[in-house]
Design a protein around this ligand. Structure first.
Ligand SMILES: [Zn+2]
Length: 452
C-alpha cells in the first residue's frame, strides 16, 4: 500500500515542519501555528489513509523531470522537493510549502508531453520558491487576529438581525481579497516557471494552457456511438425507455445540451483565466522545438489508475464514460472490458445496498453531454433484475480469457460480495484477495472489506 512507500516522507515531515516564529504578537503566532500544524496533519493523515498512490514507473518519470529542473536551477532550488502522487482525479497539481509538491493522477492521465508536465511541475516549484503557501498561511493568521476582522465580527455578533448574512459577508470580503492575490500569484508562478524551464533547456509550450481550459469539459465530449451500441457489443440489450425520464421534477426534456466541446463559463472552471495565461506566455513558445510524448506505457498506466480511482470513489457513471471514451479512441485493451464489467457489477452491488443513486453520482448538466445524461438516466431507471442479468452475462464474456490472475481474483471477490453470504464470508474473500495479490491496485477496493 502506498502509505508504506511514503512512510519515510511522513516521518520526516512531522520532524522538519516545525512552525517558525514569525510574529511578535503571541495571538497571531498561535493562530499561525494552528494553521501550519493543520496543514501538516492534513498531509500526514492523507498519507496514512493512502490518499497518495505510489507507482514506481510513473514516480521515476516525474522524478526525472524534477531532477532536471532542480539541477539546472541550483540558486533557486536548494533541495529536491518531496514529491507525492495524489489519487485525486482532477487535472491539477499543488505546492504545499516546505518544499513539497503533489501531482494528481488526473493530471498524469491528461498530459500528453514531457514538456506539458514540466510546465506544471515548474509552476508548482515556483510557488514553493516564492513561498506562496507559507505566505498564504501567514496572511490568514494575520487576518484572523486583526482588529479589522475582530471588529467586523463583533459588529455582526452585536447586531440583532441577519447575523448569518452579515457573517458571510465578513468571510466573503476575506476570500475575495485572497482570490485577487491568488491571481497575481498565478502570474508570478508562471513567469518564474518559464525561467526554470529555460535554464533547464526544456521546451516551453504555452498552448498547454489552452488545452488545460478543456480539462473541465471532458464529460461534455459526446460519444461516437449510441449508448446502447456499447452494451450490444457484450450482448446486453438496453431498452430505449430506460433513457427517457419518467419523473417530472428532474426532467431535462427542455434542456439543450451544449454540443460544442469548447467554452464553459469561467466561474464554473477549476482553471479559470487559461486564455489570459496563454496570452501572457505565448511569446515564450520555444521555436521549432519537438515535444517529447509521454511514453505510451506510462500514459496507459496513468489512465488506468485514474479510471480505477474513479471506480473506487464510487462514481459508476463517470467511470463508465471514461471507459467508453477510451473505446472511442480505438483502445482495444481488454482491461477496459474488465472495467465495463466492474461498473455493471458495482452498480448491481450498490443497488443491493440501496445506494444506487449515490453510485450514479449525478453531475450538473453544464458539465455533461447528452450521452452522459442518457447513461445517468439509464443507470437510474433500469430494473434490478436487468442489472443482475447484465452482471451474469458479463461473467461469461470473452475478454475474461485474457485477464491476469489479479483480475480473475477480483472477479471472484465481486461475486462473493454479490451473493447473499454473511459478512464473515465477504471478509474472508477480501482478505484472501489482499493476501494473494498484495501489490495489486485492486487492494484499494478489497482492503476496506477485509477490515469489516
Ligand atoms: Zn498555481
Amino acid at each position: 500500500m502506498s502509505h508504506i512507500y511514503y512512510q519515510r516522507q511522513k516521518d520526516s515531515l512531522k520532524k522538519a515542519w516545525s512552525c517558525p516564529s514569525q510574529f511578535k504578537e503571541k495571538e497571531t503566532q498561535r493562530k499561525y501555528k494552528e494553521i501550519w500544524d493543520g496543514r501538516t496533519d492534513f498531509i500526514t493523515e492523507a498519507i496514512e489513509n493512502d490518499g497518495y498512490v505510489f507507482e514506481g514507473d510513473i514516480y521515476n518519470y516525474l522524478d526525472g523531470v524534477i531532477t532536471q529542473l532542480v539541477r539546472a536551477n541550483p540558486r533557486l532550488i536548494a533541495q529536491k522537493p518531496f514529491l507525492m502522487i495524489d489519487r485525486s482525479t482532477s487535472v491539477n497539481a499543488y505546492a504545499s510549502g516546505n518544499n513539497m509538491i503533489a501531482v494528481n493522477i488526473g493530471l498524469l492521465a491528461f498530459v500528453k508531453t514531457r514538456e506539458e508536465l514540466a510546465l506544471v511541475l515548474a509552476h508548482e516549484l515556483a510557488h514553493n520558491i516564492m513561498m506562496h503557501p507559507e505566505n498564504g498561511m501567514k496572511n490568514r493568521a494575520e487576518w484572523l487576529t486583526s482588529d479589522e476582522y475582530k471588529q467586523s465580527l463583533n459588529a455582526v455578533l452585536d447586531s440583532k438581525y441577519e447575523r448569518l448574512t452579515r457573517l458571510k459577508k465578513v468571510f466573503e470580503g476575506y476570500s475575495f481579497d485572497r482570490s485577487r492575490h491568488q491571481r497575481y500569484h498565478e502570474g508570478d508562478a508562471d513567469s518564474l516557471a518559464l525561467i526554470l524551464l529555460k535554464n533547464s533547456h526544456i521546451a516551453i509550450d504555452p498552448s498547454f494552457f489552452l488545452r488545460l481550459d478543456s480539462a473541465d469539459i471532458q464529460y461534455r465530449q459526446p460519444l461516437k456511438k449510441n449508448v446502447k451500441d456499447y452494451f450490444a457489443a457484450y450482448h446486453l440489450n438496453v431498452e430505449e425507455s430506460w433513457m427517457v425520464k419518467r419523473t417530472k421534477g428532474l426532467s431535462a426534456k427542455n434542456y439543450s445540451f451544449n454540443t460544442s466541446t469548447t467554452g464553459l463559463a469561467d466561474s464554473l472552471k477549476t482553471h479559470p483565466d487559461c486564455q489570459e495565461r496563454y496570452d501572457k506566455t505565448k511569446s515564450q513558445q520555444s521555436a521549432n522545438s519537438a515535444f517529447t510524448p509521454v511514453p505510451t506505457p506510462l500514459r496507459d498506466k496513468s489512465m488506468k489508475m485514474m479510471i480505477w480511482s474513479i471506480y473506487c470513489n464510487g462514481n459508476m457513471t463517470a467511470c463508465l464514460y471514461r471507459v467508453l471514451l477510451e473505446k472511442d479512441k480505438g483502445n482495444t485493451d481488454p482491461w477496459y472490458d474488465f472495467m465495463f464489467n466492474n461498473v455493471m457489477s458495482g452498480l448491481y452491488y450498490a443497488d443491493k445496498k440501496l445506494s444506487r443513486f449515490n453510485a450514479i453520482t449525478v453531475k450538473p448538466k453544464e458539465y455533461i453531454s447528452k450521452n452522459y445524461y442518457e447513461l445517468e438516466t439509464m443507470f437510474e431507471q433500469m430494473p434490478r433484475q436487468k442489472l443482475e442479468e447484465f452482471h451474469n452475462t458479463l461473467q461469461q464474456a470473452a475478454f475474461w480469457s485474457s485477464m491476469t490472475p489479479p483480475e480473475q481474483g477480483f472477479k471472484s471477490l465481486m461475486s462473493t460480495l454479490l451473493t447473499d453470504s454473511d459478512d464473515s464470508d465477504k471478509q474472508k474473500a477480501a482478505k484472501a484477495f489482499t493476501t494473494n495479490y498484495p501489490r495489486s491496485l485492486y487492494c484499494e477496493f478489497a482492503t476496506p472489506f477485509s477490515k469489516k
